[in-house]
Design a protein around this ligand. Structure first.
Ligand SMILES: [Mn+2]
Length: 210
């Protein structure tokens, strides 16, 4: 039975990602679920993308979209997302790639391939959460990458436990029906990157970067 290893909101912090990956005792059938916000703020967004792609050579990997990739992908056509990209860490990504257009030249197919969620029997992995009043198949994609309190502080009706990032907490946010694992990596110098290791028996284990 495979385990799921969920990691989110790396935000260009390649050293923390490498440190975290070195601390996980992986098995060959582990499935990595990267839950978005690979880029922006931290110093090496390009290196983070290269590293998560490389992880796919040895393990099955699921790559989800985060709010920052959503803003990046919409920034060319929409001034609002251009504003978000420019003001929430995008310039660090541009520097990392040596220019805005290089982001798409080098990793455009990766960014365009990202999924909004990953559903298993026991878990739903999604960057920000869901609108708790709407079935999964009718969710607005903007909610899936941007929703916060309306999701976090109310119960949802799905049988799965929802694993989410996007909203930062000092330590993992653990509720009966959801677990949040964004600890502010990229935003706060001392923030740790977190991996949540799950299996279908219901075990939940956390690993943290130094
Ligand atoms: Mn984030």
């Amino acid at each position: 039975m495979p385990r799921y290893i969920a990691i989110t909101d790396i935000h260009g912090e390649l050293k923390k990602l490498n440190n975290l990956l070195s601390k996980i005792d992986t098995k060959s059938d582990d499935i990595f679920v990267f839950m978005g916000d690979y880029i922006d703020r931290g110093p090496d967004s390009k290196g983070v993308i290269e590293t998560v792609i490389k992880q796919g050579l040895t393990h099955k990997c699921i790559y989800l979209i985060g709010s920052h990739e959503y803003a990046l992908l919409h920034s060319k056509q929409d001034d609002y997302y251009q504003f978000l990209f420019d003001n929430y860490g995008g310039p660090a990504t541009v520097r990392s790639y040596g220019g805005f257009e290089n982001i798409f030249k080098i990793h455009g197919s990766f960014f365009n391939s990202l999924k909004f969620y990953y559903l298993t029997d026991k878990y739903l992995f999604v960057h920000a959460g869901i609108n708790p009043n709407i079935p999964l198949e009718k969710q607005n994609e903007v909610d899936l990458v941007y929703i916060r309190g309306k999701f976090i502080y109310s119960k949802h009706n799905m049988p799965q436990k929802i694993i989410f990032g996007h909203t930062e907490f000092d330590k993992p946010y653990i509720d009966d029906d959801k677990i949040g694992i964004d600890l502010g990596c990229g935003k706060y110098k001392n923030a740790r990157l977190c991996a949540l290791i799950l299996d279908e028996n219901g075990s939940e284990n956390f690993v943290f970067s130094d």
